[in-house]
Design a protein around this ligand. Structure first.
Ligand SMILES: NC(=O)C1=CN([C@@H]2O[C@H](COP(=O)(O)OP(=O)(O)OC[C@H]3O[C@@H](n4cnc5c(N)ncnc54)[C@H](O)[C@@H]3O)[C@@H](O)[C@H]2O)C=CC1
Ligand SMILES: O=C(CO)COP(=O)(O)O
Length: 368
């Protein structure tokens, strides 16, 4: 196992969310000698974690770094927040607006901590990416320096220090650089970039295609079908992203094809598992109740449908997933419809547009 490199500068980090990814990243930073607080809404989790340095709900076999203190269940106090160098948000996208709204009054803009987001989704009621949620709740100046980490990174492999790489992006290159310095380790390699819209879209959309890949496996289809779904899914993601206003190249990064490949090929993925169980004939409500963790692709499929309709781009796989999740269509029947589509050009990126990204950039006071 590669050793953790200790850092010269100890940062104080508050992690919002003590689920799989929040506790895994808290551990990652705690192990490199940062002082880490982890907020959970569960009183039992907070007590248990502080006594045993184990998370009773997720990653149960892992012994967590001693330098992590769980806090909660009350929302973190202004005194605690104001001491922090870094705030790391590891909660599902549906909880980000509520959390930032509660946090905003305590943020001191003159001494703003580094704000890092790792959620991968689209807010269902507004179709907003997290960049927009940040602008709405905290203002454009804070959104402009927010940083996003995304890429192929299963929590349960990170805690075992399996070599992993992620994209670290922000509209502000210096903030992406700071976040990269904070997280980078020989076994957790960080690559910086400046297309948060593309990275966010890639991270959210790959979950929908992971559901499709799981459905195909659940129906009994094998490797050729998975490769087809990954490749056509990538073409579809890139087409949607380009029409949205993101760079098509972003879909070739760790946050794009890297994460798509990972989650479409492994039953470790919750989204893949949701699809697999649907393909095997289970009902969505039952799957969600028994999954024990969030599968962001389920809500994202709904937000994505609205985005695709607005953009007017072809997204047959995402539409198929939406129809199964929300229109009560049978997986096999909908899959047969997809397979019966006429032949088409393989690389159709000739989409005009970029309106949603221009709208979002205008909200931030930046040219689209
Ligand atoms: N698990 C993984 O390997 C990875 C997960 N992610 C992303 O990280 C985000 C979190 O995922 P996980 O930790 O795996 O999910 P999880 O289901 O294991 O944990 C979610 C955590 O967020 C908390 N939470 C839920 N709603 C909340 C709200 N409204 N306000 C405050 N806290 C709330 C839950 O109590 C729980 O502590 C998701 O967007 C996921 O796509 C990203 C990369 C890898
Ligand atoms: O995003 C992930 C790994 O990069 C986790 O995927 P799931 O949410 O499908 O488990």
């Amino acid at each position: 196992m590669l050793p953790h490199q200790q850092c010269d500068k100890k940062s104080k980090v508050l992690v919002f969310g003590a689920g799989n990814f929040g506790s895994c990243l808290a551990d990652h930073l705690g192990d490199s000698s940062h002082i880490v607080f982890m907020w959970s809404r569960s009183e039992n989790l907070v007590k248990h974690f502080n006594q045993h340095h184990r998370n009773p709900e997720v990653l149960q076999d892992h012994q967590f770094a001693e330098s992590i203190t769980a806090v909660g269940p009350e929302f973190p106090s202004p005194e605690l927040v104001q001491q922090m160098d870094v705030l790391l948000f590891a909660i599902p996208t549906e909880g980000v607006r509520e959390t930032l709204t509660a946090l905003k009054p305590t943020l001191d803009e003159a001494k703003l901590p580094l704000l890092i987001f790792v959620n991968k989704g689209i807010e269902i009621s507004t179709r907003a990416l997290t960049l927009e949620i940040i602008a709405d709740t905290c203002g454009p100046d804070i959104a402009k320096v927010a940083t996003f980490i995304s890429g192929p990174s299963f929590a349960k492999e990170i805690v075992k220090r399996q070599p992993t790489s992620v994209s670290v992006v922000s509209l502000s290159p210096s903030h992406a650089e700071q976040a990269s310095q904070l997280f980078h380790q020989p076994w957790f390699r960080c690559y910086t970039g400046d297309d948060p819209i593309g990275v966010e879209l890639a991270g959210a959309l790959k979950n929908v295609y992971a559901i499709a890949a799981g459905m195909a496996a659940g129906l009994g289809f094998e490797n050729n079908t998975r490769a087809m779904l990954i490749t056509r899914g990538l073409a579809e993601m890139t087409r949607i992203g380009t029409a949205y206003g993101a760079s098509p190249l972003t879909f070739l990064t760790l946050a794009g094809v890297g994460d798509l490949f990972l989650t479409c090929s492994s039953s470790t993925s919750r989204n893949y598992t949701v699809g697999y169980r649907l393909g095997q004939g289970e009902k969505l409500d039952h799957i969600i109740k028994t999954l024990g963790s969030v599968a962001e692709g389920v809500t994202t499929a709904k937000g994505l449908k609205a985005i695709v309709d607005e953009l007017g781009v072809a997204a047959p796989i995402a539409s198929g997933v939406y129809d199964v999740l929300y229109e009560g269509r049978a997986v096999e029947e909908r899959a047969n419809e997809l397979l019966s589509l006429p032949p088409m050009s393989e690389l159709d990126l000739s989409v005009e547009g970029g309106k949603p990204a221009k709208r979002l950039m205008a909200k931030l006071g930046l040219d689209g």
